[in-house]
Write a protein that binds this ligand. Sequence first.
Ligand SMILES: NC(=O)c1ccc[n+]([C@@H]2O[C@H](COP(=O)([O-])OP(=O)(O)OC[C@H]3O[C@@H](n4cnc5c(N)ncnc54)[C@H](O)[C@@H]3O)[C@@H](O)[C@H]2O)c1
Length: 261
Amino acid sequence: MLDIKGSVAVITGGSGGIGMTLAQKWLESGGKVVIADIDESALAAAKQQLGRDVETFVCNVTKEEDNAALAAYVMEKMGAINLVAPFAGIIKDGMMVSPDKETGKVTKKMPLMDFQKVLDINLTGVFLTVRECAEQMINNNCKGLICLVSSTGSLGTAGQINYSSTKAAMSVMPKVITAEFFRRGLADKIRCVAVAPGYVGTAMVKNMNQKALDKILADVPIGRLIEPEEVATLVCDIYRNEALAGETYFIHGGLRLGSKG
Ligand SMILES: NC(=O)c1ccc[n+]([C@@H]2O[C@H](COP(=O)([O-])OP(=O)(O)OC[C@H]3O[C@@H](n4cnc5c(N)ncnc54)[C@H](O)[C@@H]3O)[C@@H](O)[C@H]2O)c1
């Protein structure tokens, strides 16, 4: 079992939502944290709330140089990287094509920009954060976990062709990365997994209108949103348990999965 005490976590998207809750849990267990985010003022507010043992780093995860600078900063400032949690993510929902109810002709399409932006942050951004942090971990002999965040959307949610595609990628990446590390004799040192939450009570979900939220909750057997703390606790448990590698772990309160149209 790995101990969180004294271990260093790098969390992107760490100034809010699940990322910030993970930072809090990590600190409570005696770890140290660097939170990175594009939102500078939210970062400052998060640091104030989280207190000691937290460093912040302004980083746009879509930029290669920002990720390289982040990984180098964590090594220099904290001396290790033990948990990589690339949790920066966005949604830009919409149907791929929307035919008019009366004419049957398509009147609206998902703009390329809305597709691309979600891929840039949720997929390319994660790739860059993980690549740069993995390089530092390997070169500096660090032990730990890369924990990606997938979603139940990875199984295919209507209105989320962009988001679902990126989250499906998050579910396969742990297998690729684990296989590559295995090939190089690194898999016992650096594990990679994903957690795949259902609907979590963060701004991303709470900003939905009540009708949409009620519809979502009608499909959740436990009858409520998942708490960010429940996801953060799962990440910490996976970190400690070194038998867990290469897999995606769902946490969704029994959600009826798949898209029903
Ligand atoms: N909330 C849910 O129901 C849910 C469910 C499954 C998966 N997830 C995933 O969990 C992760 C966190 O979600 P959340 O609900 O905490 O979201 P959130 O919106 O509360 O937090 C996301 C953070 O990412 C930051 N960010 C956005 N673009 C960025 C960029 N280019 N560079 C750096 N930071 C950037 C934002 O500033 C924000 O602080 C996301 O990847 C999301 O897809 C969320």
